[in-house]
Design a protein around this ligand. Structure first.
Ligand SMILES: NC(=O)c1ccc[n+]([C@@H]2O[C@H](COP(=O)([O-])OP(=O)(O)OC[C@H]3O[C@@H](n4cnc5c(N)ncnc54)[C@H](OP(=O)(O)O)[C@@H]3O)[C@@H](O)[C@H]2O)c1
Length: 297
């Protein structure tokens, strides 16, 4: 059985995609929900069905734990979990951005902590409806030394969903690649309140994207994540913005629904890293502050 911590969009997607009876949600330590969690599941292809997912009981011993909380909740959520599960149970972190994964891995270096990067997309247009909005790939790789032995097992268990799962020895590099795209699209969509494609013609974007890409290029190199020219980065960001032109980013959706965004783990992470590495990041700083101002309203 797989235990899932975080019964939101992504957690519900994994739970509904597993064979019936093989996934359970993990409640917060101070909560003891009784009956199964039921919701409508609209798959990417095929008819809608009802998913019924039990809550993990104290005596259940999950083979694998997926953490599908938002980045800002993850350290606390894992802290509330570790005493309730065996020290050799692999834990996979599904958060976007960077910073939350390293915080968990640093705190529990002797446990098998893994990270995943996924291009699956799920949302909840209504509280009891889970929509698998986009299908893609999921890469899973180790963050701590003991996790190296767990990758194969974790991948095999997740493949029971029928989704495309791949082992990834250098998961940090993959998380960086996604971070760059998120850093170059999400804050602009949130500030400008527009779908991804519309940022490209906006003055704010055109006036700052080259400086942002210079900051990203310097940070990637200093972090040992390879060499990429600012022009190549801009090209990559714009290809994704065009290919997803009509999509609403998760950051814009968070602002529209009055939820906390993950800006502190995207451009905010890059600002903190810049300070550590002695690299100026004024555009990342400006984007972070403007999104923080929006979410505090
Ligand atoms: N959705 C996607 O398509 C997608 C794709 C790729 C990556 N991701 C990443 O996956 C992460 C989750 O995204 P999401 O869209 O699924 O977010 P979400 O819908 O907000 O789900 C997060 C869930 O975690 C719960 N939670 C928070 N703290 C908890 C705790 N201590 N114990 C147990 N549950 C807790 C929340 O409950 P409350 O609401 O009660 O606080 C919420 O149900 C994010 O980092 C996101 O960037 C999402």
């Amino acid at each position: 059985m797989i235990g899932i911590l975080g019964a939101g969009s992504l957690g519900r997607l994994w739970a509904a995609s597993m064979p019936p009876g093989s996934a359970a949600f993990i409640a917060r330590p101070d909560e003891s929900p009784g009956s199964d969690l039921g919701y409508r599941f609209r798959p990417f292809n095929g008819p809608e069905s009802i998913a019924r997912v039990p809550w993990l009981r104290a005596y259940d011993r999950p083979e694998l734990i997926l953490v599908t909380t938002k980045a800002g909740d993850t350290l606390d959520a894992v802290a509330g979990l570790v005493d309730r599960c065996s020290g050799d149970t692999p834990i996979i972190l599904f958060q976007n951005g960077l910073g939350s994964q390293q915080a968990v891995a640093d705190q529990w270096q002797d446990r098998p902590i893994l990270a995943a990067s996924t291009t699956e997309g799920a949302n909840r247009p209504e509280p009891d409806l889970l929509v698998h909005a986009g299908t893609g790939d999921t890469w899973v790789g180790p963050l701590t030394e003991p996790a190296r032995r767990s990758v194969e097992k974790a991948v095999a268990l997740l493949r029971r969903t029928g989704l495309a799962i791949h082992p990834e020895p250098d998961i940090l590099q993959r998380l960086w690649q996604k971070l760059i795209i998120n850093a170059g699209i999400n804050p602009y969509t949130a500030i400008l309140d527009c779908p991804n494609g519309d940022i490209l013609a906006a003055c704010l974007y055109q006036d700052t994207i080259d400086d942002l890409c210079r900051e990203l290029s310097a940070l990637i190199a200093a972090a040992g994540q390879g060499e990429e020219t600012p022009a190549a980065l801009r090209g990559r960001i714009e290809r994704v913005a065009r290919n997803t032109a009509k999509n609403t980013s998760s950051m814009r959706a968070d602002i529209l629904h009055g939820r906390r965004t993950e800006i502190d783990f995207i451009n905010g992470y890059l600002v903190r890293l810049g300070k550590e590495l002695g690299i100026e990041t004024p555009v990342n700083q400006m984007l972070t502050e403007r999104v923080q101002q929006l979410s505090s309203h």
